[in-house]
Design a protein. Structure first.
Length: 101
């Protein structure tokens, strides 16, 4: 577990999450720790970067909805594209949309 957890925590810290935010994200969604950084988590964060979100916005969102990173890339990309097409892609609208099942 430590071999997966340390790189994961370091990566979240590099996104700009404080220690308290990292703890909150892991406590809220412990399954994140089992996901692959290079093949699962990093591509999803790249999707968020590609539509214009900064590391700070991503860190803030992951503190509130860490389960966002457990969504399939297809689901995440679809929801982001819908918001972008409607011209309402903001951090707040993304959080609201991602919180819906």
């Amino acid at each position: 577990l430590e071999s997966k957890l340390k790189p994961f925590v370091h990566w979240l810290s590099e996104l700009g999450m404080s220690d308290a935010q990292v703890v909150k994200a892991i406590a809220t969604c412990p399954s994140l720790c089992g996901l692959s950084l290079p093949s699962n988590l990093m591509p999803k964060v790249q999707l968020l970067h590609d539509v214009g979100f900064s590391d700070a916005q991503i860190a803030s969102t992951l503190t509130v909805i860490p389960a966002l990173l457990t969504y399939s890339s297809k689901r995440l990309a679809h929801r982001l594209s819908v918001l972008q097409a409607q011209g309402v892609l903001t951090e707040t609208s993304m959080r609201s949309c991602m919180a819906m099942t």
